[in-house]
Ligand binder design. Structure first.
Ligand SMILES: Cc1cc2nc3c(=O)[nH]c(=O)nc-3n(C[C@H](O)[C@H](O)[C@H](O)COP(=O)(O)OP(=O)(O)OC[C@H]3O[C@@H](n4cnc5c(N)ncnc54)[C@H](O)[C@@H]3O)c2cc1C
Length: 412
């Protein structure tokens, strides 16, 4: 039986570990925290996942929270006008529903299932020296440790990483008591509120440790008026700041948030990181090789809500590459081929996400504006969150955007 070590028990590591386990591999999973520590700890993400990524979980029978988590049927975009009104406001319909299950719930649950099914869970923060040893005793070592220190094993790919610095300051609050958006009170939706020159507010339903909740997530341009959460350690102060900024920049969202309260003591998160693509193969001091997974090798800014989706897609792609390889050695050529196969999907996510971090060009503003009058444009934009490859055909180039708009505009 082939022995595989998975280092890091997040979306990608757990999905891979459970997938490999179900295919008969002998899997060891290293996690720097126990399931209970994860469950009672701080939130880590907003983790909204769209149809394709959710389907990978269903394919492995890991969709344990599907019936409890809100079904997100739409994705809306609002753009703030200088006077505090909305210059743009629409809702696109998703072909397949999306869901956000608090990673504290999912990762803790999946860790328990992994051990119940006979998997070996080692609770230990792996160091490079540990990997050096394990690379000799396992057939394959996968590093799925997110944006932690082990990324230093994987060289930055400058050609694929246009940014060296974080492009947004992130501030998340999980709350109870948010009212519905009055325009579509019966539709669960992710709401993307764009405040030009300032940042973005994302609002979305989730399933958290205490049941259904909503997430308020500010992404602020560094040094701008939303970049005020650094050093705020008191969760109630974090929420008060979040609401103050909502009242000022997105009053329509603030109007339904006046009665909110935090879901629990770990319900806030602030931070920032530079979007980075890395060389997928890490070389250990002793000469052994390890393969990077998901955020370790392709970490995008969460502005497009893609990281967990990509982690799921990476895990599914690597699972196929591993099983297809049979008993052959997991050498460097195989590792590079496995990553290239994943990159074929991930490159679209990176291109789109990096584009969304910049100042939108006129043709993109036209598209976003036109979606308010043309529901097919709104729907296509919303479904691009599930399949960012589709943006190639209508989003990046002014000619393609114009041709697409002409094709959906009603004939006069
Ligand atoms: C504020 C915010 C909002 C987001 N919103 C969304 C969203 O709406 N939709 C979406 O799809 N994505 C979103 N993301 C991104 C998403 O959360 C990540 O991209 C995704 O979790 C990455 O999965 P992963 O498996 O690569 O890593 P992670 O989920 O980060 O898991 C890595 C695990 O490895 C562990 N670890 C680290 N170092 C070690 C070590 N040395 N030894 C052992 N274990 C270790 C960590 O503790 C962690 O448990 C968001 C991210 C942030 C920060």
């Amino acid at each position: 039986m082939r022995k595989i070590l998975v280092v890091g028990a997040g979306q990608s590591g757990l999905q891979l570990a459970l997938g490999l386990q179900s295919r008969g591999y002998e899997v060891t999973l290293m996690s720097n925290r126990t399931a209970d520590e994860v469950r009672s700890g701080r939130v880590m993400s907003t983790q909204c996942m769209f149809h394709t990524a959710l389907q990978h979980e269903r394919d492995l029978g890991l969709n344990f929270w599907e019936d409890q988590a809100p079904r997100i049927e739409g994705l809306g975009v609002s753009v703030a006008a200088p006077d505090g009104a909305r210059a743009v406001d629409w809702l696109g319909r998703l072909d397949g529903f999306a869901q956000s299950v608090d990673q504290r719930v999912k990762m803790a649950g999946w860790m328990e299932v992994f051990t119940q099914r006979g998997g070996q869970l080692v609770v230990h923060g792996a160091a490079v020296s540990d990997l050096d040893y394990f690379a000799r005793t396992y057939d394959l070592v996968l590093v799925s440790a997110g944006k932690g220190e082990l990324v230093s094993l994987f060289e930055r790919d400058a050609a694929r990483s246009p940014y060296r610095e974080p492009q947004r300051a992130l501030a998340v609050s999980y709350v109870h008591g948010l009212g519905p958006r009055p325009e579509h009170p019966d539709t669960e939706a992710v709401r993307c509120n764009l405040v030009p020159g300032v940042g973005e507010l994302f609002v979305m339903p989730t399933l958290t440790v205490g049941g259904r909740a909503d997430i308020l997530f500010w992404e602020g341009l560094p040094g701008g008026p939303l970049d005020v959460f650094r050093g705020v350690t008191d969760p109630s102060e974090h929420l008060a700041l979040t609401l103050e900024l909502m009242e000022r920049y997105t009053p329509w969202e603030y109007a339904r948030a006046t009665k909110v309260e935090l879901t629990d003591a770990g319900s806030t998160l602030a931070g920032r990181y530079a979007p980075t693509v890395r060389n997928p193969v890490g070389r250990l001091p002793g000469g052994g090789l390890v393969l990077g997974v998901a955020d370790v090798v392709v970490a995008n800014d969460p502005i497009t809500g893609q990281g967990s989706n990509s982690a799921s897609k990476c895990a599914a792609s690597y699972l196929d590459s591993i099983t297809a390889h049979g008993d052959a050695p997991f050498d460097e050529a195989w590792m590079r081929a496995a990553f290239d196969r994943y990159w074929d999907t991930a490159r679209h996510v990176t291109k789109w996400t990096n584009a969304m971090l910049g100042v939108p060009p006129e043709h993109v503003l036209n598209l976003i504006g036109a979606a308010g009058q043309l529901p097919p444009v709104a729907d296509r934009f919303a479904n691009g969150f599930n399949d960012p490859g589709d943006f190639e055909d209508f989003f990046y180039e002014p000619d393609k955007a114009a041709a697409y708009l002409a094709s959906v505009a009603p004939a006069n």
